[in-house]
Design a binder for this molecule. Structure first.
Ligand SMILES: Cc1cc2nc3c(=O)[nH]c(=O)nc-3n(C[C@H](O)[C@H](O)[C@H](O)COP(=O)(O)OP(=O)(O)OC[C@H]3O[C@@H](n4cnc5c(N)ncnc54)[C@H](O)[C@@H]3O)c2cc1C
Ligand code: FES
Ligand code: FES
Length: 493
């Protein structure tokens, strides 16, 4: 490998200004830096854990050669992850002369401006929505606001404002659109292909030049904390005060942000965000689309990765069960060595994954189900939006010509110490006719597969019953014997 150039500063654009930082702590958040170092206090701190959206800013980044602006949570976004991006805060909203920006004017006229904590975040989320979708549907507005919480007044005025923004100005004429080319040129000049290294010991952070460079950095520093979207790691810092140094930032790395399809298998690099991954996944595997809308809010989906969701080994991560049901494979890499394993084998026990020292998750490979295969995933939470799974079931079924079960893979989250297949249930179904009697008999096997826990999200009894009923629901939906059950305002409206 050619010798990698080292740069000792993080470079990005903040609103209109080029920034170069030579002193950056690995755990320094964008929110603290904006408020404390730059006195940009329009961006607020509410929860400091990615939930409330008070800290929403936009980050512009290159995606497939284009510059796209996305809403993100500044409270759990680390400064080290911003190299080569354009950070836009609420202070940067502009219009000609003394006029307010269209998003601001709509918020004023429709009484959407509420308290000083939540309003800037709402404005930024609506700004991101308006830029990508100037005439959004109500469903799109609701989705864009999933990650912005107001605990005291309401959303109707904000939704009315969102519908009206385009009547105050054209998104194509917005300064960020008009200046896009110039910004791209400035960002391209900053992204010089170097590895960024700042500080030493407890202050050390690295942004590798690309995926190959990551492999060599991690080989030498196997104990470093890998940070992709930081939607988990951010909370280690803001809520648990954990030390994350040395930190290696891998979001946006060339060679890790690719998503492609070959021979019916979709390969997703570990740096691909949920938003980018699901843009393709929901087209090719439509049953995954609704799941995307139920993971965090837009800010989390614009940062978090499927790679991080797998690597963290959480028993309640939303993507492992459906990917296991689909028969996904995982590629791990250390140095130049790669190995590819069935995804389900990665999860060994609670907090224990099959990841060797110095290895990283490079990509996950997801087979697109063959025509005629029946696939579904169901997430059970207390709230519809922005809530963590109590139980999640995923089912992938192939029927033989005679109507019997030729193949079935069932996987659950929230039912065991890891994401786990329901082998006993599968065995009870395999080769049998796909009938209610078979399904009822197989439901008794759940007790062999799972001994769920009681916690704040659900009781053990609730989980056990819900898991069994999901199989029944899958049966009902695949046979049309019972009406599909959809709890979704979008579809009911
Ligand atoms: C408000 C909020 C809502 C959320 N809602 C959901 C939800 O609905 N469903 C859900 O499943 N999750 C949810 N999460 C959790 C989180 O978004 C996911 O787990 C996410 O997928 C983590 O990805 P990341 O890229 O942000 O990982 P990071 O936080 O960067 O990293 C997570 C872990 O994975 C490791 N890691 C990351 N990438 C690699 C790699 N390539 N190789 C090896 N190790 C790696 C890190 O070292 C760390 O241990 C939510 C989080 C927040 C803050
Ligand atoms: S402060 Fe609540 S999401 Fe950041
Ligand atoms: S949190 Fe701001 S008005 Fe409710």
């Amino acid at each position: 490998m050619a010798k990698v150039r080292i740069r000792n500063e993080i470079r990005f654009i903040l609103n209109g200004e080029d920034v170069a930082l030579t002193t950056v702590a690995p755990d320094a958040t964008l929110l603290d830096w904006l408020r404390l170092n730059r006195a940009l206090r329009g961006t607020k701190e509410g929860c400091a854990e990615g939930d409330c959206g008070a800290c929403t800013v936009l980050v512009g980044r290159f995606s497939a050669g284009r510059l796209i602006y996305e809403s993100v949570n500044a409270c759990i976004r680390f400064l080290g992850s911003l190299d080569g991006t354009h950070v836009v805060t609420v202070e940067h909203l502009r219009c000609d002369g003394d006029r307010l920006h269209p998003v601001q004017q709509a918020m004023v006229d429709f009484h959407g401006s509420q308290c000083g904590f939540c309003t800037p975040g709402f404005v930024m989320s609506l700004y991101a929505l308006w830029m990508r979708s100037p005439e959004p549907s109500d469903a799109a507005i609701e989705k864009a606001l999933q990650g912005n919480l107001c605990r005291c007044t309401g959303y109707e005025a904000i939704v009315r404002a969102a519908r009206a923004i385009s009547s105050y100005g054209k998104a194509a004429k917005d300064p960020l659109a008009a200046e896009r080319k110039a910004i791209m040129i400035r960002l391209a000049a900053m992204r010089d292909g170097s590895r960024v290294e700042i500080g030493a010991g407890k202050q050390r952070l690295v942004v590798p030049a690309d995926a190959d460079d990551l492999a060599s950095v991690l080989d030498k520093e196997p104990g470093a904390t890998i940070i992709a979207g930081s939607t988990d790691v951010g909370l280690w810092v803001t809520k648990h005060m954990r030390d994350i140094a040395p930190a290696i930032f891998i979001g946006n790395l060339e060679g890790l942000c690719t998503i492609s399809e070959e021979n019916g298998v979709i390969s997703i690099g570990a740096g691909v965000t949920y938003s980018d991954a699901f843009a393709l996944l929901s087209k090719r595997i439509p049953a995954l689309g609704p799941l995307f809308d139920r993971i965090g809010g837009d800010q989390v989906r614009n940062m978090g990765t499927i790679g991080g969701n797998i690597a963290n080994g959480s028993p309640i991560g939303d993507t492992p069960p459906p990917l296991i049901a689909l028969g996904a494979q995982l590629t791990l890499r250390r140095g130049k060595k790669r190995r590819t394993i069935p995804l389900e084998d990665f999860f060994i026990a609670y907090g224990k994954q099959d990841r060797l020292s110095g290895e990283f998750v490079e990509a996950v490979h997801v087979p697109v189900p063959a025509k005629g295969t029946k696939f579904a995933v169901y997430k059970i939470t207390k709230r519809r939006d922005e809530d963590i799974t109590a139980a999640l079931g995923a089912f992938c079924l192939t029927l033989a010509k005679d109507g019997s079960v030729a193949d079935i893979r069932i996987a659950y989250g929230g039912m065991a110490a890891t994401p786990k297949r329901a082998f006993a249930v599968e065995k009870a179904l395999l080769g049998k006719p796909w009938t209610e009697a078979t399904v009822e008999a197989a439901m008794a096997e759940y007790a062999r597969d799972f001994t769920p826990l009681t916690d704040m999200r659900a009781s053990a009894e609730y989980r056990a019953l819900a898991a069994r009923n999901l199989l029944l629901r899958f049966f009902a939906e695949t046979t049309g014997t019972k009406a599909p059950i959809q709890v979704s305002r979008y579809e009911a409206a």
